[in-house]
Structures are given as structure tokens and as C-alpha cells.
Design a binder for this molecule. Structure first.
Ligand code: NAG
Ligand code: NAG
Ligand code: NAG
Ligand code: NAG
Length: 314
């Protein structure tokens, strides 16, 4: 089972309807003259972006990244206008790499993370798939180091296995024993008989994917107008899903080419703690949660002033 590469017209129409259902949200503004270039992970962010595009946001080709290194590069080089990646990646490029141009403008979701597959502490060398050492991998190290003994933790075999959609396939193929996934992949994995354990109880409030631009990008008001169009339409897609479960499940059924039962389970998973952001303001306890895990893993202090947070639409 994989996410269909083609985007059937019916799915786009349903997505547009979901976005339009959020009557309170303004329509795409005519102020955006230049399509935004975007890089993102092909996880639930893809649904939101395609919904925003279907609702009329001018958008160039979206680049689905293979791993976080590629996402970091697109932001630091300015090769893409907007890069969607996790808040840990924000900290990793800003505090770890020393890139001072980072600006995060709105939240997308809190990770919605579950550990899928099986970690067998008795068997040495459980193969655990991660993307790179940054991002969600830090949350997984924290989770496993608190739930296994030091010896069991030492015996894990970590492999860099690419972005979420790629790790999902590797888990199904059996080349990974366990990996961290989020919806729709958690639900699609469970539909294949795999077990997924939510990590929210151990992680606490956690900030996952956020929208990144650079300070240089924000300096141009024309760019900000386009970004606002994207932010508003994305909020409308989420509001449309939340306000109309029937239309939301129908859109998910078509988008993921799956059964109503599976789409309903995906739908329900979106509103868990650390689920989809429903507005354009950051939640400081979620930011603080990700920062605490970053600091635990890197032994590097996170400055309290968060100069990279530019929540201009909040
Ligand atoms: C949708 O799923 C059905 C049943 O699994 C399959 O036959 C069909 O090829 C899929 N369509 C697309 C566009 O992936
Ligand atoms: C990074 O940018 C912030 C905000 O413009 C500034 O206050 C700070 O001094 C900069 N840091 C470095 C190392 O350039
Ligand atoms: C796992 O590896 C450790 C260290 O090499 C060894 O002492 C232990 O017996 C191994 N356990 C199993 C179940 O193979
Ligand atoms: C922020 O997140 C925490 C933890 O998930 C939640 O309890 C709180 O209500 C959220 N705050 C706002 C303003 O949404």
C-alpha cells in the first residue's frame, strides 16, 4: 500500500470543498503574484498543502524531501521559499549549525508520533529506522532510553532510513523492525497488522512540523502576502476537517484511496494531544517540550528568547 502518486481530480475537488467549508476564513488573496516554492515531508502536511493549492493558493511544484538533511539545505540555501520540517530541525539548524536566518511562522502539528513495529529487548540488534540524527529521532532516543534498560538501549541497531513515507515502506517490507510514524502512516500500518504505540504520554507537549522561511524572505512584503495566503488557506483546510467530520472522512478516503473505516481512524488520530494545530499561534508548552528534548540530547542550552519565532499571523 502506498500513497497514490497521481492526484485524482475528485480528491482535489473534495479538498477544495473541505477548505471552503471553513466559511470564516478569507479566500486566497489576489495579492500573491508569484507562486511559492515549497519543500516538505510527504506526511500529513501533504494533505494540507494540496488542499490549500486546490483552494487557489498559487504554488509551484512542491518538493517532497527524502530526508531532513535535504530539507535543511533547501532552507539555508534559500532554494525554496517555505520549508516544512520539525521544530527540532529549527533548533538543529539554528543552534547546531549556527544558521542565523531561520524564521518559523506558524505551527502545523505536534508530531502525532507513535512507535510502530516491535522493539524486542531480549533480541539483540532490533533495527530501528530513523531519518537523520536530528528531528524526531531525538524524540525516539528519549522515548526508548526511558523505556529500556541502558544495556537494551545500547543493543539497538539504528539505521538512517529516510523520511516518514520511506520508513513506512521499509517497515512494511520488513527491512526495519521498528520506526516512528505519524498519521496517515500509523493507521495504514495498523491496517496491515502492525502495532503502533503513541508516544505522547512519555514526550509530553511536543511541537512537530512548523513552517520555516528565512529572515531575508520576510523582509519583502510581497513574500509576506503570499505566505499569508498559504497560512490562511492551510488553517481553512484544518478547520474544514474539524468542523465537518463527514466531509473530512470522505476527503481522506479519496485522498488516501482507502476504506471509510481506515479514513475514520486517520481522522480521529489528527485530534490527539500533539495533533493538528488549529490556528496560527505557537503553543509555548509544545515549543518548550521539544526544546527540553533537544537540550537533553545535545547537552546544549536553548536560549529563552526564541529569536527564530516570527509568528506574524498570530
Ligand atoms: C486504489 O485502491 C484500489 C484497491 O486497493 C486499487 O485497485 C487501485 O489501483 C488504487 N488506485 C490508486 C489510484 O492508487
Ligand atoms: C542573529 O539574529 C538576531 C536577530 O536579528 C540577532 O539579535 C543576533 O545577534 C544574531 N546572531 C548572530 C550570531 O549573528
Ligand atoms: C546480546 O549481546 C550481549 C553483548 O554482546 C550478550 O552478552 C548477550 O548474551 C546477547 N543476548 C542475546 C539474547 O543474544
Ligand atoms: C498548549 O498545549 C498544551 C499541551 O498540549 C495544552 O494543554 C494547552 O491547552 C495548549 N494551549 C493552548 C493555548 O492551546
Amino acid at each position: 500500500m502506498s500513497i497514490p502518486a497521481a492526484r485524482p481530480l475528485r480528491a482535489l475537488l473534495l479538498l477544495a470543498a473541505v477548505a471552503a467549508a471553513a466559511a470564516a476564513a478569507p479566500g486566497p488573496s489576489a495579492a500573491c503574484a508569484r507562486p511559492l516554492t515549497i519543500a516538505a515531508f510527504k506526511e500529513f502536511t501533504a494533505f494540507i498543502l494540496e488542499g490549500a493549492e486546490a483552494a487557489g493558493v498559487p504554488m509551484g511544484e512542491v518538493t517532497w524531501v527524502k530526508n531532513a538533511d535535504e530539507a535543511h539545505q533547501y532552507l539555508e540555501s534559500g532554494e525554496r521559499d517555505v520549508v516544512f520540517m520539525s521544530y527540532d530541525d529549527t533548533l538543529s539548524i539554528t543552534l547546531g549549525d549556527g544558521f542565523n536566518g531561520t524564521a518559523i511562522v506558524y505551527p502545523v502539528h505536534g508530531g502525532m508520533l507513535s512507535l510502530c513495529g516491535s522493539v524486542d529487548p531480549a533480541a539483540n540488534k532490533t533495527t530501528v529506522g530513523i531519518d537523520t540524527t536530528t528531528g524526531y529521532a531525538r524524540a525516539l532516543r528519549y522515548y526508548l532510553s526511558t523505556s529500556l534498560s541502558p544495556e537494551q538501549y545500547e543493543a539497538l541497531n539504528w539505521v538512517k532510513a529516510g523520511a516518514t513515507n520511506i520508513r513506512f515502506q521499509a517497515l512494511l517490507d520488513g527491512s526495519l523492525d521498528a520506526t516512528l510514524l505519524n498519521p496517515p502512516f500509523t493507521i495504514l500500518a495498523e491496517a496491515q497488522g502492525l502495532t503502533c504505540t503513541p508516544m505522547a504520554d512519555v514526550l509530553g507537549p511536543y511541537q512537530g512540523v512548523v513552517a520555516h522561511v528565512t529572515r531575508d524572505f520576510l523582509a519583502d512584503p510581497a513574500n509576506v502576502a503570499c505566505l499569508q495566503t498559504l497560512a490562511d488557506a492551510s488553517t481553512a483546510v484544518v478547520a474544514g476537517l474539524r468542523n465537518d467530520p463527514t466531509a473530512g472522512v470522505a476527503a481522506l478516503t479519496t485522498f488516501y484511496n482507502t476504506t471509510t473505516e481506515t479514513a475514520t481512524a486517520i481522522y480521529e488520530a489528527l485530534w490527539q494531544p500533539n495533533g493538528l494545530a488549529t490556528g496560527l499561534c505557537f503553543n509555548t508548552s509544545q515549543l518548550a517540550g521539544t526544546e527540553a528534548i533537544y537540550a537533553w540530547d545535545t547537552k546544549q542550552e536553548v536560549p529563552a528568547d526564541r529569536t527564530w519565532v516570527q509568528d506574524i499571523f498570530c
